[in-house]
Design a protein around this ligand. Structure first.
Ligand code: KG4
Ligand code: ZN
Length: 336
């Protein structure tokens, strides 16, 4: 049984995890140090601060992951690390730490694409899940529908043409004064709001299943500004609920229709926005209508974590897909 030590530092969480596999994945530890409280002050992630905080916490986080797993470095067979996409200064911290560990311990270094990691959280959460399945990856930087044809074969079939879903949640939350990160704040406000109070535009393109969120974002901001100019009280909860319903309905309906078009009968969710309960409810509804299986990770495996990087890294490890000291951090990179 191989132990993979995984490291994730692409945005505002420094995370390390030990994952192994014996008939199914075993998460031996999943240690996360979040910077959210610091970035909250600025209303979003400040890249320079993120890099510095990763440097401060990375060795403690790796030690924490080993301690939680009751293991030492001598028990580790490979180091998996997120090398793309993300904030380049943040990624560099994890990549350089992983390179140093791999060299000092003389064990392989496995580069992992962050979005593929998010998708592989589903293999951790649902052991009997087998490809093919259609997965919606919705995070702060990505909104993509990916056809997973094998454990390491990912093809984008549709994507947002502009803003990512998480980006839209974060922006609207800021305009409503609900704080950062926007997703959980909007979801909470929406619990006390009416999702039919406002109708915002749902934009999708029929020719290739792509979608767009800049229109809904602008429409919501205009609605808020007009009310403020007239001196009317802004019904924050109703706006949050209507906005959330609009974005989640586009994502859920597109995911299920993409699966149908490609003849796939399992749909899955991944990424921070996959933590959203309205999104889960709507995907469940559309999937049931088409008799599709619907799987999704628990919230802790939806938002950034290193266990998902370990899961994706394990499949590359089996194939001997290693990197050397030339491995660099890459800010933007499509799924392979
Ligand atoms: O995957 P993730 O943790 O980091 C990235 O790789 O970007 O996703 C972060 C995004 C943020 O935009 C955050 O607002 C959103 O996920 N998010 C949510 C929820 N929880 C986190 N969006 C909607 N509903 C949630 N419950
Ligand atoms: Zn992420």
């Amino acid at each position: 049984m191989h132990n993979i030590l995984a490291i994730e530092s692409s945005c505002d969480e420094t995370a390390a995890s030990v994952v192994s596999f014996d008939k199914e994945f075993i998460i031996k530890s999943n240690f996360i140090s979040t910077q959210i409280d610091t970035h909250k002050i600025y209303g979003g992630v400040v890249p320079e601060i993120a890099s510095r905080m990763h440097i401060e916490s990375i060795s403690g986080v790796v030690d924490g992951a080993l301690k939680d797993a009751n293991l030492t470095f001598s028990n580790i067979d490979a180091i998996a690390v997120t090398y793309a996409p993300g904030l380049v200064g943040a990624l560099l911290v994890g990549v350089n730490y992983a390179k140093a560990l791999s060299s000092a311990l003389s064990i392989p270094l496995v580069p992992v694409h962050h979005i593929e990691g998010h998708i592989c959280a589903n293999f951790l959460a649902t052991p009997d899940l087998k490809p093919p399945f259609m997965c919606l990856v919705a995070s702060g930087g990505h909104s993509t529908i990916v056809k997973v044809s094998d454990y390491d074969k990912f093809d984008t079939v549709a994507r947002t043409r502009d803003d990512a879903a998480g980006e839209a949640f974060d922006k609207i939350s800021r305009v409503l004064g609900l704080g950062y990160p926007g997703g959980p704040a909007i979801q909470k406000a929406a619990e006390n709001g009416d999702c039919n109070a406002f109708t915002f535009p749902k934009v999708s393109f029929s020719e290739n299943s792509d979608f767009s969120f800049s229109g809904v974002k602008t429409a919501v901001i205009n609605t808020i500004h007009k009310m403020e100019q007239k001196g009317e009280e802004v019904p924050k909860n109703d706006i949050a609920a209507s906005f959330q319903h609009c974005v989640c309905d586009v994502l859920a309906s597109r995911l299920v229709s993409c699966a149908k078009v490609h003849g796939i009968n399992t749909v899955a969710l991944a990424g921070g926005v996959a933590a959203n309960s309205k999104l889960r409810e709507l995907v469940n509804l559309y999937a049931q209508k088409e008799n599709m299986r619907f799987v999704y990770p628990p919230i802790t495996l939806c938002t950034d974590n290193a266990a998902m990087i370990g899961a994706r890294g394990y499949f590359s490890f089996l194939k001997g897909e290693f990197a050397g000291s030339e491995l660099n951090a890459v800010a933007t990179k499509d799924i392979m």
